[in-house]
Ligand binder design. Structure first.
Ligand SMILES: Cc1cc2nc3c(=O)[nH]c(=O)nc-3n(C[C@H](O)[C@H](O)[C@H](O)COP(=O)(O)O)c2cc1C
Length: 134
């Protein structure tokens, strides 16, 4: 295999911080299904990101999050819905990319594994629309 036909790198993000999360299991299943077709890495820093403050301060986890996104060929987001909305930790992570733009033109798949999930799904699609217009 040469450099041009390497496997694509997919960064997976689970909107759930819950141990035994069903969204993490969806990611595990996708990872198994993509074996030999893509390398899937689960982002493990969602709960470590500082609250978004629009500052220019160089937070280490924010720099790592942006770097992982830049290195990814595509992104897979799996998320629950909480109280008719997007989990705060996931929205926080997305807010950190607004000014730096890592998700602009990035191929992205979105799965919402929740009891219903339609409101969080629609809200996330709206956020991605906003990110691509910044
Ligand atoms: C506090 C709380 C609020 C929830 N609110 C919603 C909701 O508004 N809509 C929905 O579809 N599911 C809701 N759920 C269900 C979760 O989205 C569902 O259990 C999901 O699968 C949890 O994901 P996880 O297993 O990856 O942690 C809620 C769950 C909790 C604990």
């Amino acid at each position: 295999m040469n450099a041009t036909d390497r496997l694509p790198n997919i960064l997976a993000i689970s909107g759930s911080l819950r141990p035994n999360s069903s969204n993490n299991k969806v990611i595990d299943t996708a990872t198994a299904m993509l074996a030999g077709k893509a390398n899937v890495t689960l982002y493990d820093g969602l709960g470590k990101l500082p609250h978004f403050d629009d500052s220019k301060e160089e937070y280490a986890e924010v720099a790592r999050w942006r770097q992982l996104l830049r290195q990814a060929d595509g992104v897979l987001i799996c998320s629950p819905e909480y109280a008719f909305g997007v989990p705060g930790s996931l929205k926080n992570a997305l807010d950190w990319t607004v000014s730096s733009g890592e998700l602009v033109y990035k191929p992205l798949a979105l799965i919402t594994a929740a009891t219903g999930g339609d409101k969080a799904h629609a809200a996330l699609l709206n956020t991605f629309r906003a990110l691509s217009q910044m």
